[in-house]
Design a binder for this molecule. Sequence first.
Ligand SMILES: Nc1ncnc2c1ncn2[C@@H]1O[C@H](COP(=O)(O)OP(=O)(O)OP(=O)(O)O)[C@@H](O)[C@H]1O
Ligand SMILES: [Mg+2]
Length: 252
Amino acid sequence: MSAIILETRGLTKTFGGLTAVNDISLQVAAREIHAIIGPNGAGKSTMVNLLSGHLRPSSGQVIFNGQDITGLAPNRVSHLGVGRSFQRTNIFPSFSCLENCMLAAQSRMKNSFRFFRRSESYRAVCERAEKALELCGLSHRRERIAGSMSYGEQRQLEIGMVLATEPSFLLLDEPMAGMGKEESSRVVELLAELSREYSMVLVEHDMDAVFSIAKTLTVMVNGQMLASGPLDRVRNDPAVQEAYLGDGEEQF
Ligand SMILES: Nc1ncnc2c1ncn2[C@@H]1O[C@H](COP(=O)(O)OP(=O)(O)OP(=O)(O)O)[C@@H](O)[C@H]1O
Ligand SMILES: [Mg+2]
């Protein structure tokens, strides 16, 4: 079995009287896609926010590469190698694809606010951005104004922007949301390719996509974990079958 890269222990987040994430313990191994599925409001995005440092847990721990990162600020978590995307598109629409990736790349450089002063830093940022565009399959759109591309390509660019921060771990919150079949199958291929090199938590509604690329799966409902573990085991778990998968029909 591969080494565990990311682990949560009893992770819990309450908003007033609502427990959005309730005692979640899961493990993600190296170079695997760990999918989190569950109906609207299950707590999936809250979970991502807890992992990325955008929210502080009420209790519990997040361990990344053996280090307790619970409660660290998002930029610290990003510097440790955890890159994330957001459920809603988060690009700069009037900038080119390359510029978007450059902005993302420099956000993780030390002294990022004065990086243009030094030409070698500028070059490093360019190189990172070019590489990220290549990895996300958008090199041919290098100079294209991001807002003028199709929705699918804009979401692809977002993945590129995450990659430009040179993470080792990706947190992707519904990267296929709102895409057509063809666009989402291109992203599925991209994620499968990326999982050879990166570990990943993928929040996704598209069951076909999840089942084709995830190796491990957590099912959440009302903040609670219904099951977590290897894909086939969780898929066949009677509680999961009964509550979410029905008799093979997609229910969310
Ligand atoms: N900042 C917040 N303040 C108060 N309540 C919140 C906050 N963020 C999320 N919630 C609540 O926590 C619950 C879980 O929300 P979350 O966004 O994590 O769900 P989700 O599984 O990502 O849903 P979706 O599939 O719709 O994206 C919801 O009831 C939501 O209203
Ligand atoms: Mg969400």
